[in-house]
Design a protein around this ligand. Structure first.
Ligand code: FBP
Length: 261
C-alpha cells in the first residue's frame, strides 16, 4: 500500500469510483430498464460530476470512449473480468496489461481477486504481476476483493469481509473494494483490518435513494473512504440527484437527511 492521497482518483482523502464494467460482468440485462445507458457515452457524461473521482471500465470501452472525456474524467482501467456466461469456479481473465492501460491514459488500475476460489492461487500470482507493474507506472491499484467460490458463494459475512480487506492490504493493493458486511460495526472492523489502506464499499443492486445514501453514511462513519458504485447511480433516471447527495455524505460528512434535502 502506498499513500495515494495526491492521486487524481482521490478527493480530500476519499474515493468515488463510478463502475461500468457490467456489460461484461453481468451482461446487457443490467441496462434493460435504462436502454439509453447502453451507450457508454451517457455514463461517461455522468462521470463528469464533481463527486466522481474516476470511472472504472474495461479496455474496450476505455479505448472507444475515454478520448472524448480525458479532460473531464479520470480513468480506472479494469484489468480482468469474467462474463456471467462462465459457469465454473470463480475466476477472471486478465484481458489488459498495466502497460497498455497506462498507454491509453489510465489514472489507476483495477483487479478482481476471488479469495477462497479454487483459482485463488493463480489469481494472486496474476495480481503480483499487476501490482508490481503498476508501481513502475505510478498507478494506484484498486482490488475488487470478493471472496467467493465453493463453500462461500457471494459471502458477505463480517468475518469474510474483514478477511477481504486484510487480504488486499497484504497483497499490496492501495484501495480495497468490498461488499457491505451488513452493519457499521462489521464495516468498522473491516476498515481496521486494512490498516491505513483505503476501504470502499461496493455498490450492489439498485435500492431507494434513502437506503443507499444511509448505507454510505454508515460506511463513512465506520472509517471507510467512499464507494465504488455502478447500478445505484446509472440505473437511475436522474443520476445527478444521488451524486449530489453522495458528494455531501462522502466529502462533507453530511447526514443522509441533509444530503438528500
Ligand atoms: P454495482 O455498484 O452495480 O454493484 O457495481 C460494482 C461492481 O463491482 C462492478 O464493478 C461489477 O461489474 C459488479 O459490481 C460485480 O458484481 P457481482 O460480481 O457481485 O455480481
Amino acid at each position: 500500500m502506498l499513500d495515494i492521497d495526491d492521486s487524481p482518483i482521490v478527493r480530500d482523502g476519499n474515493v468515488l469510483i463510478l463502475a461500468m464494467d457490467h456489460g461484461l460482468e453481468h451482461g446487457p440485462v443490467d441496462f434493460a430498464d435504462v436502454p439509453e445507458k447502453l451507450d457508454p457515452s451517457t455514463v461517461f457524461e455522468t462521470a463528469t460530476h464533481d463527486a466522481v473521482t474516476c470511472i472504472a471500465v474495461q479496455k474496450g470501452v476505455a479505448e472507444g470512449y475515454y478520448p472524448s472525456y480525458e479532460d473531464d474524467v479520470n480513468l480506472l482501467v479494469k484489468l480482468n473480468g469474467t462474463s456471467n456466461l462462465w459457469m465454473g469456479e470463480p475466476d477472471s481473465a486478465v484481458n489488459c496489461s498495466v502497460e497498455y492501460a497506462a498507454e491509453i491514459g489510465a489514472d489507476a488500475v483495477g483487479f478482481t481477486l476471488y479469495g477462497g476460489s479454487n483459482h485463488e492461487v493463480e489469481m494472486a500470482e496474476e495480481f503480483r504481476e499487476v501490482q508490481e507493474a503498476a508501481r513502475e507506472h505510478d498507478l494506484p491499484v484498486v482490488m475488487w476483493s470478493y471472496p467467493r467460490g465453493q463453500g462461500l458463494k457471494n459471502d458477505t459475512k463480517p468475518g469474510t469481509i474483514s478477511y477481504a480487506s486484510r487480504l488486499a492490504l497484504d497483497l499490496g493493493a492501495d484501495v480495497a473494494k468490498v461488499k457491505y458486511p451488513g452493519s457499521r460495526e462489521a464495516m468498522a472492523h473491516a476498515v481496521r483490518c486494512a490498516g491505513d489502506m483505503k476501504v470502499v464499499m461496493s455498490g450492489g443492486s439498485k435500492t431507494t435513494d434513502r437506503e443507499f445514501v444511509s448505507t454510505v453514511e454508515g460506511v463513512m462513519d465506520a472509517g471507510g473512504h467512499g464507494l465504488a458504485v455502478g447500478r445505484n447511480v446509472w440505473q437511475r433516471e436522474d443520476p445527478t440527484r444521488i451524486l449530489d447527495a453522495l458528494e455531501g455524505v462522502i466529502y462533507r460528512g453530511e447526514t443522509t437527511d441533509a444530503a438528500l434535502e
